[in-house]
Design a protein around this ligand. Structure first.
Ligand SMILES: [Zn+2]
Length: 364
């Protein structure tokens, strides 16, 4: 493997040199790996949680004929052999590798014990053992939503918090839960699969085999699917989405619709009472209600001080989070609302890499 999709230095070269020379005395360096279903992101991270350099590679180039774990290991090897790595790390050793991985991860053994997303060849992957064999350093593995939560607790929107529910919205609905300062793990480390809370026992079939799971209704995939269907059926006009500053090419193709386009459109029509936007507002309102259904139950179980919503859609900011905040705060019992904040995550795409290293540090 020789080509990466991106390779980004997060600091100036001068800073890197300074950090590298500092490393000899005090600064420990780690590798954070964020393993998703289509992409692996790898970062060189210092002991303060700062990413010094970031690399990215696709993991499904041959339709998963090469297993996702084999591709990820080759990607890490490519990082170790890169000029950027040699420049930043020099002669210092890497303390360890923290892996944030999609699916249900037994965090003691580092084995994928469930993957509702049906990635071929992924379930049963011995991530920890194979990474340790390949690189001769200690490796930890934890679920991606748990790592995102830890990253936000250490360096982002949840800094200083002790009781947090994090919901990540994307193709599915993931979750991580912090209780009294500790990550909720469960007997095999897989607690917090909040996407599979059943909100409609007569509902649609979920990838987990049950019916009416939150994920089916509250994922970004669900929202985009509903908006595409409404557009194909003529209830929404594609031209509605061609807003100033937005992606104008979307007006030619329904497949160009995504969460960013949807929320750019809502922002553009904010405070306007145009009839054309009402259908879209109704769809998003219904989606918000589903998200709130899950969150209200979680608030009553965990009594958090903070609900954090992560995933790419959270970049839409207040236009996205404000209605969800209002719905949840108005529906939970008053004493649960009193010290509850609801906001978007702040580390964005970096939370997995940073949180994976944070998890490593809690175990070593
Ligand atoms: Zn399910």
């Amino acid at each position: 493997m020789t080509h990466y999709v991106f390779s980004t230095t997060m600091m100036t070269r001068k800073c890197c040199r300074e950090r590298t020379s500092m490393g000899a005395q005090s600064n420990k360096l780690y590798i954070g790996v964020d393993l998703g279903g289509t992409f692996v992101k790898i970062g060189i991270v210092d002991q303060t949680g700062r990413i010094l350099h970031k690399f990215g590679y696709p993991v499904n180039l041959d339709d998963y004929r090469t297993s996702i774990l084999t591709t990820a290991i080759e990607s890490v090897r490519t990082v170790f052999e890169s000029n950027e790595f040699k420049f930043i790390v020099g002669d210092h050793k890497i303390e360890g590798i923290g892996v944030s991985a999609t699916g249900q991860i037994d965090s003691d053994t580092g084995i994928v014990i469930g993957a509702a997303g049906h990635i071929p060849g992924y379930q049963g992957s011995h991530i920890k053992d194979r990474m340790q064999e390949a690189f001769h350093v200690k490796v930890t593995v934890a679920n991606d939503a748990d790592c995102s939560l830890l990253g936000e607790c250490g360096h982002g929107a949840a800094k200083g918090c002790q009781n947090v529910v994090m919901m990540t919205l994307g193709t599915g609905v993931g979750g991580g839960i912090l209780v009294d300062g500790h990550l909720l793990k469960g007997v095999r480390g897989t607690a917090g699969e909040i996407g599979h809370i059943i909100i409609n026992d007569d509902g649609e079939k979920c990838s987990c085999g049950n019916r009416g799971c939150l994920e089916y209704y509250a994922s970004v995939k669900a929202l985009v699917h509903t908006v595409k269907t409404a557009t194909k059926e003529g209830r929404l006009e594609l031209s509605l989405f061609a807003v100033p500053g937005g992606n104008r090419s979307v007006i030619y193709d329904v497949d160009g619709l995504n969460a960013k386009v949807i929320f750019d459109c809502l922002r553009s029509y904010k405070d306007k009472t145009d009839i054309k936007i009402e259908e879209l507002r109704g769809i998003v309102d219904s989606w918000d209600n589903h998200i709130a259904d899950g969150l209200v139950s979680l608030v009553h179980i965990f009594n958090p001080e903070l609900i954090l919503i992560g995933g790419g859609v959270s970049e839409a900011g207040e236009i996205f989070i404000d209605p969800i905040r209002s719905k949840v705060l108005s529906r939970v019992m008053p004493s649960f609302a009193q010290r509850l904040r609801i906001s978007t995550a702040t580390l964005g795409n970096d939370s997995g890499i940073i949180g994976a290293v944070d998890y490593y540090k809690t175990r070593n």
